[in-house]
Design a protein around this ligand. Structure first.
Ligand code: SF4
Length: 85
């Protein structure tokens, strides 16, 4: 009797996670931002998102203006939870 006959899954190859992740592709819809920062968004909430967004998409410009670019969004949902009114 061999190992794969006695141990369930023993004949399976390990998954190469890095190779699998390299296959992920995101297609950006330039004409539709799925995340929008409203003009009336609270400054404190915006600054909170500056620190929370894992993609670093919420930023303050040199004059303190709000900068946001949805193009690099990882769709983690953090801003939906933390930034929702
Ligand atoms: S969903 Fe996540 S990655 Fe995308 S903008 Fe919100 S916090 Fe950033």
């Amino acid at each position: 009797m061999t190992d794969h006959e006695t141990t369930p899954g023993a004949d399976r190859q390990p998954v190469d996670v890095d190779a699998k992740l390299a296959l992920d592709r995101f297609e950006l819809d330039e004409g539709y931002a799925h995340v929008v920062v409203g003009d009336d968004a609270d400054d404190a909430v915006f600054d909170h998102l500056v620190t929370l967004c894992p993609a670093g998409l919420y930023k303050r410009g040199p004059a303190g203006e709000r900068l946001f670019d949805h193009a690099g969004c990882l769709e983690c949902g953090t801003c939906r939870i933390e930034g929702a009114p």
